[in-house]
Design a protein around this ligand. Sequence first.
Ligand SMILES: CC(C)(COP(=O)(O)OP(=O)(O)OC[C@H]1O[C@@H](n2cnc3c(N)ncnc32)[C@H](O)[C@@H]1OP(=O)(O)O)[C@@H](O)C(=O)NCCC(=O)NCCS
Length: 153
Amino acid sequence: MSGLKTVIFGLQLFTFLHFKFSQMNFYTRKLIKPEDLNANNTLFGGSLLRWLDEEAAIYTIVQLGTNKCVTKFMSEINFISSARQGDIIELGIKAVSFGRTSLTLTCQVRNKITQKLILTIDKMVFVSVDEDGVPTPHGKTEITYTDERLRED
Ligand SMILES: CC(C)(COP(=O)(O)OP(=O)(O)OC[C@H]1O[C@@H](n2cnc3c(N)ncnc32)[C@H](O)[C@@H]1OP(=O)(O)O)[C@@H](O)C(=O)NCCC(=O)NCCS
């Protein structure tokens, strides 16, 4: 009976993870070049985080329809595996909740060819701010799959 419970739990976990990651948008791909490597000749973590922060910022701008937003919070960053020169990686982002002034995202990076996970960040929060840098309501509640919000007044 406990074996059956384990199988059911495994299936539920698989379904959850499959749903969570299959909904993620992988817009940006990167070719790993010599200048992206660390002393170990693998992808430098700082380069990856810079790309990811920019990708997440662009995603947030599209979702909130404003470029006045700042990175507020990043949860634990898990570097699961690495990449080497010549590898192609892809960056995935998904909005998980819209707050009053904030937007919470989840992120992952994987090898485009092997699909092996390279990095996950469970939670990344951006905040919409006014001209003085004070949090301001963004008024959005749902994910958009177009860039229409950028053209709203
Ligand atoms: C972003 C900033 C304006 C927010 O100021 P603040 O005083 O924390 O604002 P608030 O307490 O009103 O919180 C604003 C939103 O962020 C959320 N938030 C604040 N701290 C958070 C945290 N640690 N984790 C998750 N969300 C957080 C709040 O829940 C709120 O969301 P909501 O309005 O959707 O409910 C301010 O912290 C700041 O300027 N930080 C520097 C940002 C920056 O320069 N980033 C670039 C990297 S250096």
